[in-house]
Design a protein around this ligand. Structure first.
Ligand SMILES: [Mg+2]
Length: 313
């Protein structure tokens, strides 16, 4: 019988936060103009070594919200504390917040319902929802009903990203994570989610944007054809491709961080996929030792790990 242990969940969070922190100093750098070998500091946002960004902060918010049986409204209330008070951050201040996410939080403050706070423009298809959604896969791992899962995947996306392309990306990502957590291999998970998506009533034109990741030959795509921008389709493709081609977690994170552009988020999402499929994987100790820890982060991860440790049904 397969189990998800609290230790596995703890490793999952630390791996993802280290990947974020490793990518932060080189975010927006142009590919092949630099090389990262490990944890560094400063760079793009002049933050100290081990400093994690919005990806980890927003993930911690969702994790806490799920532990406390919250809903999209309480999620947005926590996002307000993040944006305005610096809660859920390593050093008490926010940086690297995406424009769609900050605009959605302002929409919520002005009175929009949480599930409708995300703008619906085609230009609001950054990876800001994708970067925080991994905890939802643990909450849904034993949820058998597709419609129930789709509703949560949608509602936890449209708080900040209301366009259908973002909802599709979130659905693919959370469903892939869920399959991997249940012990399915990545190639089988891609087949399963591809078939499952055909049962959803998304617009065909929007769904077609994700065609590449279902192609069995996607693994052979040269790195020059992999974009690593903050556009949600690029991010999901890059993270999937890294998982199809990397042979270890350490290699995957370094390759992600050296792709350029949205290095922290690509590394973080790729690492979540890898960790879901490799329950024992952990980042090198010399990296995790440098991660900035806060009491709040340790509390949320411990509560989440204890709450969502489970046996796969
Ligand atoms: Mg970031």
């Amino acid at each position: 019988m397969r189990t998800i242990t609290s230790q596995q969940i703890h490793r999952f969070f630390i791996n993802a936060m280290v990947a974020d922190a490793l990518g932060v100093p080189v975010e927006f750098n142009v590919r092949d103009t630099y090389h990262v070998h490990g944890m560094t500091g400063h760079g793009t946002y002049d933050q100290p070594v081990g400093c994690w960004s919005d990806d980890s902060s927003l993930t911690l918010v969702l994790a806490e919200n799920l532990v406390h049986h919250g809903n999209p409204t309480t999620l947005m209330q926590r996002f307000v504390a993040y944006l305005q008070e610096g809660d859920y951050t390593p050093l008490g201040t926010t940086f690297d917040v995406g424009s769609s996410t900050s605009r959605a939080i302002m929409n919520f403050i002005k009175g929009k319902p949480a599930e409708q706070s995300g703008d619906r423009s085609e230009y609001d298809n950054g990876n800001g929802a994708l970067m925080r959604l991994a905890p939802l896969a643990f909450a849904l791992v034993n949820e058998p009903t597709l419609t129930a899962r789709l509703r949560q995947e949608r509602d936890y996306t449209t708080t900040t990203h209301g366009h259908q392309r973002s909802v599709i990306a979130s659905t693919i990502y959370v469903e892939l994570l869920r399959c991997l957590l249940r012990g399915v291999t990545l190639s089988a998970a891609l087949d399963t989610v591809h078939r499952l998506m055909a049962q959803c009533d998304f617009d065909r034109d929007e769904y077609d944007y994700f065609d590449r990741i279902w192609d069995p030959h996607f693994v052979q795509t040269p790195v020059t054809m992999i974009r690593s921008t903050g556009y949600v389709v690029d991010t999901l493709e890059a993270a999937t491709w890294l998982n199809l081609t990397a042979t270890s977690l350490q290699e995957l994170i370094l390759r992600a961080a050296n792709l350029g552009e949205d290095t922290d988020t690509v590394a973080q999402i790729a690492t979540c996929l890898y960790s879901a499929g490799h329950p024992d994987a952990q980042v090198p100790g010399e990296w995790s030792d440098q991660l900035i820890h806060t009491d709040e982060m340790d509390r949320i991860i411990t509560e989440f790990a204890d709450h969502f440790a489970t046996t796969i049904e």
